[in-house]
Design a protein around this ligand. Structure first.
Ligand SMILES: [Mg+2]
Length: 232
C-alpha cells in the first residue's frame, strides 16, 4: 500500500534543465574562438563534477564553473565583458519565470486530495525556495525538503524524520540516479518520468529491473497508476 507520494521538483514539476542547456550553448558561442563546442562542454562538465562537493548543485555553482571553464579554455584571454556576460547569464537563470510542466498543477491538486505529498529536491536553498514560492504549488505539499544530495542516506534521513516507512512511499522524478535508485534500494516505489533533456550527471544507461519500478511518459498518468497499485 502506497501511503505517501514524494515528488522531485526540477524537470518533474517545472522546467529547469532546458535552461542550463541553453546557457551552456551560449557559453560555447562566447568561447567559440578558443575551442570547439564539444571541448567546451566536456571541460565544463568535468569542472562541474569536480566542484559539486564544494559548491553543491545549483545555478550559483554552475555559474562559477562556467567562469572557471572560460578562463581555462581561453588560457586567461577571456575579457572582462565576456565574464560579465557569463555572470549575467547565471543571474538570468536565477531570475527566469516559473514554468510548470504540462498537467502539473491539476495532477498535484488531485493527488493532494488523497495522499500526503512530499517534495524532495536538491540545489541552492534560496533558488529552490524561490521557485517553490513562485510555483503556486507549496500549499499542496505536507513536507518540502531541499537536500544537499539525493542519495540513500538523504532519503533515509528525511523518511525517518517524518516517521514514514520507505516501503509505503512512491518517489516520482526525472532522474534515475537521484530519484529512482535510492528509493528502490530502501524498499519503496520509484516512478520515472523522463524530461526531454537530462543533465550530464543525472544520466543513467539502463532502467532498473524491479517490480517496484515504473516508467510513465506524463505526470497526468500518476493518479491512475496509484489507484491501480493500491488495488483500485
Ligand atoms: Mg529533477
Amino acid at each position: 500500500m502506497i501511503k505517501v507520494v514524494a515528488l522531485d521538483a526540477d524537470d518533474t514539476l517545472w522546467h529547469s534543465e532546458s535552461r542550463f542547456q541553453q546557457t551552456q550553448a551560449r557559453l560555447s558561442e562566447i568561447l567559440d574562438q578558443y575551442a570547439p563546442h564539444d571541448q567546451v562542454q566536456a571541460h565544463l562538465h568535468e569542472l562541474e563534477v569536480r566542484n559539486i562537493k564544494l559548491f553543491g548543485f545549483g545555478i550559483k555553482g554552475f555559474t562559477l564553473s562556467m567562469i572557471e571553464a572560460a578562463i581555462e579554455i581561453s588560457q586567461g584571454r577571456i575579457t572582462a565583458p565576456e565574464i560579465h556576460e557569463i555572470v549575467m547569464m547565471g543571474k538570468a537563470m536565477l531570475d527566469a519565470p516559473m514554468e510548470l510542466l504540462d498537467g502539473v498543477a491539476e495532477t498535484v491538486g488531485l493527488l493532494a486530495k488523497d495522499y500526503p505529498l512530499f517534495m524532495i529536491t536538491k540545489g541552492d536553498h534560496m533558488d529552490q525556495y524561490n521557485k517553490i514560492g513562485n510555483s503556486g504549488l507549496a500549499d499542496h505539499f505536507t513536507q518540502i525538503e531541499v537536500v544537499m544530495n539525493k542519495d540513500v542516506a538523504a532519503y533515509r534521513e528525511v523518511f525517518s524524520r517524518h516517521d514514514v516507512n520507505a516501503e509505503q512511499i512512491m518517489m516520482v522524478g526525472n532522474s534515475i540516479p537521484s530519484d529512482i535508485l535510492p528509493i528502490l534500494e530502501l524498499g519503496g516505489h520509484g516512478v520515472y518520468i523522463p524530461y526531454h533533456v537530462t543533465a550530464s550527471f543525472e544520466r543513467h544507461e539502463t532502467e532498473p529491473e524491479s517490480p517496484r519500478y515504473r516508467r510513465l511518459s506524463r505526470i497526468q498518468e500518476l493518479p491512475a497508476l496509484l489507484q491501480k497499485l493500491n488495488g483500485g
